[in-house]
Ligand binder design. Structure first.
Ligand SMILES: Nc1ncnc2c1ncn2[C@@H]1O[C@H](COP(=O)(O)OP(=O)(O)O)[C@@H](O)[C@H]1O
Ligand SMILES: [Mg+2]
Length: 349
């Protein structure tokens, strides 16, 4: 928890200024530090950008955005930048050309409303479209991009878990509340026939907010209630693999960060090892069979692993126990989505 995202960004910003004058031979990395995107040509359709939220100007066929920072990013190869426009920060995510992105586009355009109104705690997607050339990468082709709300001052839940699973240094955060929030978001996403498909501990951010958060679980089921869940808010990011009315793509399921967290916290068990080998088999065989073969909801399945991690954090208000987690695990494995949600709710609350 020592390294807040903001600090990282500040450091980077300073570096960027210092290196500005030196125009040495540019590696990919130094190019990325350059202050402006230039000449992002053609068809950046502003109609894709919700009115009042457009951050890409097209003046004389040029787009300019302040490029502040490149996030490390994961294995996906997508490029994730922190950008600035009119003193506001956003995240620009550029998808690799070859990625099966058809689903993503459908979802992100259709689901704008969902993200903005029903799940205000998930980053708002401002736009989604196609750019033809990304000048700082010496490569041409069509790239899909998406612009997200920037969650400044947040950190990955993975950092929080790893730093606290053995000795709790962050007594302020009740891990149980984080579990409840994660359940709430996944249930909301799932009840709209969406699968996130990339839930893991580096795609969940934690941020401190001023007001105590109250979740209205009755939005999910009328018999459920409201619940206060503290001042540390979870935000799910990286909807790049999400699907609508469809199971998750089969070949992108290895949830390394969660497994690494489990390993770090000495919680990696036989089931996880089995999971890894199943995942790897699935990747190998995905060339032959591209149909999703999972019957359970993968997001909820990973959620159970994340609960196990949160359960390891000793905190007086932590109501997560191994026994409860086992009940929820069985529910996720054996029941249909709605039934599993019901069971999880009653076990968690
Ligand atoms: N909206 C955002 N606000 C703050 N940080 C973000 C945001 N989106 C991404 N990040 C940071 O960048 C990292 C990589 O972004 P992500 O969209 O998950 O790409 P990848 O496909 O590489 O996993 C995240 O793990 C997170 O630390
Ligand atoms: Mg990610």
């Amino acid at each position: 928890m020592t390294k807040g995202r903001n600090n990282k960004n500040k450091t980077h910003k300073i570096k960027t200024k210092k290196t500005k004058k030196k125009k040495t031979k540019k590696t990919k990395e130094t190019k990325l530090k350059s202050n402006f995107f230039k000449n992002i040509r053609n068809n950046l359709k502003t109609s894709h950008i919700s009115s009042g939220k457009a951050i890409l100007d097209n003046k004389e066929d040029k787009y300019s955005i302040n490029l502040i920072h490149k996030f490390g990013g994961g294995k996906s190869g997508d490029l994730v930048y922190l950008i600035e426009k009119d003193h506001k920060k956003y995240v620009l995510k550029v998808f690799k050309k070859k990625k099966e992105s058809k689903n993503e586009i459908t979802i992100h355009t259709k689901m704008n409303k969902l993200f903005e109104n029903d799940i205000p705690l998930v980053p708002i997607i401002y736009s989604f479209g196609i750019i033809d050339t990304i000048p700082f990468i010496n490569q041409k082709g069509k790239f899909n991009y998406m612009i997200l709300e920037f969650i400044g001052g947040s950190y990955e839940i993975s950092d929080y878990i790893r730093e606290n699973c053995k000795t709790n240094h962050t007594n302020k955060i009740n891990p149980y509340y984080l579990g409840l929030q994660l359940f709430y978001y996944l249930a909301k996403i799932g009840s709209n026939n969406l699968n996130h498909c990339d839930i893991h501990t580096k795609n969940i951010m934690v941020i401190k907010v001023k007001k105590t958060i109250e979740l209205d679980f009755s939005n999910i089921d009328k018999s459920f209630q409201k619940k206060k869940v503290g001042k540390y808010q979870l935000k799910i990011i990286d909807f790049g693999l999400s699907t609508h009315n469809k199971s998750c793509p089969k070949n992108r399921r290895v949830i390394m960060p969660v497994l690494q967290d489990l390993y770090k916290c000495r919680l990696l068990g036989t089931r996880d090892i089995n999971h890894i080998s199943k995942e790897i088999r699935s990747i190998v065989s995905s060339k032959l069979n591209t149909k999703g073969s999972y019957t359970i909801n993968e997001d909820l399945y990973i959620f159970i692993k994340i609960l196990r991690l949160l359960c390891a954090i000793k905190h007086k208000g932590n109501r997560l126990t191994n026994q409860k987690i086992e009940i929820m695990r069985i529910a996720v494995k054996s029941y249909k989505f709605k039934e599993a949600i019901y069971e999880i709710y009653h076990t968690l609350m």
